[in-house]
Write a protein that binds this ligand. Sequence first.
Ligand SMILES: Cc1ncc(COP(=O)(O)O)c(C=O)c1O
Length: 408
Amino acid sequence: MLTANSLSFARFLLALPGMLLGRRRQRAALRRELAALLQVDEPRIRLYDSGRAAFAELLQLHGVGPGDEVIVPAFTCVVVPNQVPPSGATLRFVDIQRGSMGYDWQLLDLSIRRNTRVVVVPHNFGIACEVPTWLREKHRQVRFVDDAAHGFASRCAGQWLGSYHDGAFFSFEYSKNLTGGIGGFALLPAGAELPQTALPEVSCTDQWRLLATLKAHILSARWPLQGRIGMALVRRLGLIYRSGDHEVRDGAPHPAREMPLLSAVLLRAQLARLPATLAHKQQLVARYRQALAALPGITQWQAPADTHWVRYPFALPFHVLDKARLARELSAASGLNIGVWFDDVIHPAGSFRHGYQAGSAPDAEALAATVFNLPVNINLAADRALDLRLQRLQQALGRLLQRHEESA
Ligand SMILES: Cc1ncc(COP(=O)(O)O)c(C=O)c1O
């Protein structure tokens, strides 16, 4: 999986001396810069070690407790629902729409009950949407919280994603729009307050792990072979930093920690170049759109022009049993890194189900079986070599579609 979407190896190295400034100063500067970008007051920005921790704080802010229900989209990462049970609230999955990858507002309306307190609004792949006013007015007891983990700096009708509902959580994990290794933040609703409590720091050992894992990820983005060797080495030394099995397999909640100094420093370096990064990514996406449009049968999604795509999704017209294998084959044929997000309604496949009933979210299940994605990464140049890779992808997909048609 190609990650570190907005971080080059040079920027990574150049940013590291900034750690000498210390974590308090770096975190304060990052909050200031995020607030300035999103045009919100600084106290609305709360940094954490992850998006999931930011989500838990928003549940607390909205007073979610026993007897309440939280609605989560049935096309999500397991670490999101993991945060609900500790609040005492119950959890319910609601299907998303195949055509938008967001909620069908009519279905959401019918799904909201008297005790529904929070609805998590998805913005998959960074496609920002807004809850219709009629729905918000009809359910005034409900707080709509944006899962903006895929859409940092996306906009919807000119508004920054996360700034127009009842709070939002963002992720800066390896694979997200900006890369802090780990990290995330909550954007609180206007006027809301959360007590300033000091959280535990990420341990020094974990920060070394982060650094080693991140370095291997960034190398992979630019030099795949060196990256693979680096990653194998990091794995061998037991230095891989990733979500623990207790979270993925057993559904355990994640205790909040402070954002690591390393993450804050790297994020500031990426923020400083955000306009150029967004422009580069738009060029990649324009080429992807054009190449995939030549293949009837491939689905692409409409999105606002100022979407900050985390990766660029496309769907096949038939269900794929082994998506990981097909992604490997398409990657080998094209030279592009093809991803499988999400490979199950609760991603990753094999993770804790939180009581999800198979068949209860048919659109999300269909998406999980058909959607692949392309990298939206500044280490990938929008040049002639990309066009050649896209041509090879077109040919590979063309052959696949033809085989499917013949066997139908
Ligand atoms: C849609 C979505 N929401 C939330 C998260 C959680 O973000 P974090 O890993 O920063 O906790 C992720 C991925 O990790 C995600 O894909």
